[in-house]
Design a protein around this ligand. Sequence first.
Ligand code: S3P
Length: 207
Amino acid sequence: MSDAALPMPASPETDILSALGARSIVLVGMMGVGKSTIGRRMAARLKLPFVDADTEIEAAAGMTIPEIFERHGEPHFRDGEARVIARLLEGGPVVLATGGGAFMREETRNRIAAKAVSIWLKADPDIIMRRVRRRADRPLLQTADPEATVTRLLTEREPVYSRADLTIASREVPHDKIVEECIETLHAHLCAEAASQPPADVASAVR
Ligand code: S3P
């Protein structure tokens, strides 16, 4: 048989793309867990566009996130964030990194559940603290005791983040190892999802 006659080799990446269809992959979790870094690398592996919700919000508002918080307040930022994520989910499939507070809004969680597979990147508080200290542009952490703020936010948010479809531990190992775990876990999830659905011809026959 000539090479041209060989079918395209199946790989976890091609399986993931065909199982996703128009759905996106959405990364959720606390500030500093690596959603953008991991998301960008996952997108490259899957040959999908990468979009960062925070960057899109800044572009839509023509202002930085600290400026939006300062001039208009957090509720205004959250409304814009929900609108931008809704728009981005209509343009799937993409790999979408969300800001740490986005998944707290029920409407956004429901949209993500309908239009995407979600992955919670979960990190220990000390790793989060070490990483967020490197950047001073997070308005929620401009407090007298940022460590206490991170602890409080984690207590409020972790039960909600845990509703994501999948959870991956983000830790101090090379990024590509975390990306590999995301790909493997996503692949297993989508295969299980496909196996639990009746084949298309059976589904249409019973309609
Ligand atoms: C926020 C996280 C930030 C950004 C904003 C609010 C939050 O995004 O959306 O500062 O509420 O946790 P990152 O998680 O990308 O830092």
